[in-house]
Each structure stands twice: as C-alpha cells, then as structure tokens.
Design a protein around this ligand. Structure first.
Ligand code: C5P
Length: 350
C-alpha cells in the first residue's frame, strides 16, 4: 500500500504529454567484462528529435496502474516502462490514486529511438502535472536511472552527452537544427541481445592458437585495448566539436549546421552497434545504403537499431529523400532535431 497523504476534493484533470524520440550522434561501446555490474561502458551523444508518441495520464480513485494501447506490441503489464515510472512516481510523491495511462504509438517499439524510455519520462511528468506536485531533480534522476540506461536523457532533452552505461547525462550546447530522415524498417532489435553479440564478437576476435585469430568477417578485429582507445578518441573528438566551428558561428560567417556536418564526416563519428547489427540483419545495411543514395550528408544506425537516420542540407531535401525511400517500400519520414528549450516547453506544458 502506498503512503497516500493526498485527499482530492475534485476530480483531477487528465494530462497529455508528448513523448519525443532520440537518435545517437555517434555511439562507442567499451569492451566486455570491465564493469562489475555487467553493463558496457558507453560514450554517446543523444539528440532529441521532433517525432513523438503521446502519453495521456489520468489519475482516478483506487490504486494501481492501468496501461492501454491500441498497439499490440506494447505490453500492458508491469514490464512496461510507463508502469515502472508510474509506480515509482506515485510512491515518491506519496500520492494515492489509480494511474490510467493511454499510450498512442507513432514510434517503433524496439526501434533504437528510445521510445519506451521516453514514454517513462512522459508518464512521470504527466503524473506531476495531473497532481500539481513536483518531484525534485534528484528524485526524477533516481527513478529514471532505475528504469533504464536511456531514460535519464529524456529529463534533459536537446543535445546530451551520455557516459557510464548511458545513464549519466550532461546537457551539451544544442547542435544547430538539422534536417533528418528517419527510416524505420520493421525489424525489432533487442538491445540486450545486441550487447551479447558484441561480447561474442570480442571472443571471436581473440587470437586463437597463437595464429592471430580473427572474426572471419574481414572487419577489423575487436580488442579491449583498441576499443578503450576508441572511447578516448571519441572524448577528444567531442572536445574538438564543442570548441570547433560547430559550437559557435564560424568566423567566415558560414553555417553552423554545415560546420557540424563537416565535423561529423571528417572525424568519422560512428555507431559501434553497426558492427553487430549489420552482419545479423543484412537488410538493415541495405537500408543504410538506400538512405546514402538519397544524397544524405551523413547516415547512421540509431542506438541498436533498427532505425537508420540521415542528415540533409534542407527540409526539402529530407522530404524528397523520404518520398524516394517510401517508393522503394522503406518506411521513412522527414523530421528535424528538437532543441532543449523547445523539448522542455513541450513536455512540461509550459
Ligand atoms: O538499461 P537498460 O534496461 O536499457 O539495459 C538493458 C540491458 O542491456 C542491460 O540489462 C544490459 O544487459 C544491457 N546493457 C549493457 N550495457 C549498457 C546498456 C545496456 O550491457 N551500456
């Protein structure tokens, strides 16, 4: 039983909160077996984007949580991230009531866009707004970390540095608005399984019988030292992004988005999950190639996939690319990055 100190004189208003997606602008995974908790060390830059699910929170009399969704792939039990967020938020606020959560899904389930994680934060904010009570920053962060590695980033929104296993987040200066195409092939990818496969790739790369080993795929071998080097290199690359031309108006009066794109391409920012996912799902590699052929400036898998995003020079170019991909039966839509101020205003209903 929850502590329940609140008594409501009148029915509480239902609140609807947009639940935005994210992409990863680069993602580096550390070698297996380093952390005591079994997680993998990560370095990534998360970026929220203007595609969203919608979470409606209604607090009624009674106790417990109820989840409703028309999408059959959304679990309606305690395994749902929204359920976990609702239980923890009510308990921390010492509030009473039955939390009814309606999830309107536009984002793919297990798509690498953090939809489930974002849904959890939208639920937390929805309950706060419905009850007109606020968690403090530390309470929000504790709940978010308990639910999953990708959840805390949605407390901040915009451009966010993620370290440790992805749950330690730091707001970065927002990148300039970028025009995107998000391709969402219908391949649900399990993130825990992708990490497991990463560990297997390391084992396969280990030298065998003193003959040097190899993973037989022709791809560069994975070694603990090499991967640790890559994590460090990413930190340095990020530092040069942050103090390079992309962080401010370039001296020559050029375009900040253009400078950022040049930085991304020049430094070869990549997503390590591509090494795991593309050999397992060759169709996804083909989708990446198809997006590249639409004259995208930069294309990458997001998270562990299956979402693949492309960055374009203009909204018109992104829309044209989405049309071309749809004509090839690849589900895709044009959108843009969502900066922190706009994100926070939308989720807090300010
Ligand atoms: O934190 P989250 O629930 O998203 O993680 C799901 C699973 O993915 C974890 O239980 C762990 O097996 C794996 N994981 C990992 N390293 C990370 C993040 C997740 O091994 N950095």
């Amino acid at each position: 039983m929850w502590g329940g100190k609140l008594h409501y004189n009148r029915p509480l208003m239902a609140v609807t909160v947009p639940s935005f997606a994210k992409i990863n602008l680069g993602l580096y995974i550390g070698p297996p077996g380093v952390r005591d908790d079994g997680f993998h060390e990560l370095r990534t830059v998360y970026q929220t984007i203007a595609l969203s699910d919608s979470i409606r929170v209604d607090i009624k009399s009674g106790t417990g949580v109820e989840i409703k969704s028309k999408n059959k792939r959304v679990p309606e039990d305690e395994s749902n991230t929204c359920w976990k967020a609702a239980e923890r938020t009510m308990k921390t606020l010492r509030a009473r009531g039955r939390v009814v959560i309606q999830i309107e899904k536009n984002l793919p389930v297990q798509g690498g866009m953090g939809a489930g994680s974002s849904n959890a934060v939208a639920t937390m904010f929805g309950i706060e707004r419905a009850l007109k009570q606020r968690l403090d920053c530390n309470q929000r962060m504790r709940i978010a970390e308990e639910i999953g590695s990708d959840v805390p980033l949605f407390l901040l929104g915009g451009t966010v540095l993620g370290i440790s296993h992805g749950e330690q987040v730091f707001p970065l200066q927002d990148v300039p608005e970028l025009h995107l195409v998000i391709a969402t092939p219908e391949v649900p990818v399990s993130t825990p399984k992708a990490f497991k496969r990463w560990d297997e790739l390391f084992a396969e790369s280990a030298p065998a019988n003193g003959k040097g080993g190899g993973n037989g795929s022709g791809a560069p071998q994975l070694t603990a030292a090499g991967q640790t080097d890559k994590l460090e290199r990413f930190s340095r690359e990020l530092y040069s992004w942050l103090c390079g031309p992309a962080s401010g108006v370039p001296a020559n009066g050029g375009d900040r988005a253009e400078a950022l794109l040049l930085d991304l391409v020049r430094t070869g920012i990549e997503n390590d999950f591509e090494r795991v996912i593309f050999p397992q799902y060759p169709d996804l590699r083909e989708v990446k190639r198809a997006v590249e052929r639409t004259r995208a400036r930069y294309v990458s898998l997001s998270g562990s996939g299956s979402t693949i995003y492309g960055i374009f020079d203009s909204a018109a170019a992104a829309q044209q690319a989405a049309k071309e991909l749809n004509a090839k039966d690849i589900p895709a839509q044009a959108t843009r990055t969502l900066g922190r101020a706009e994100y926070l205003k939308a989720v807090h209903g300010a």
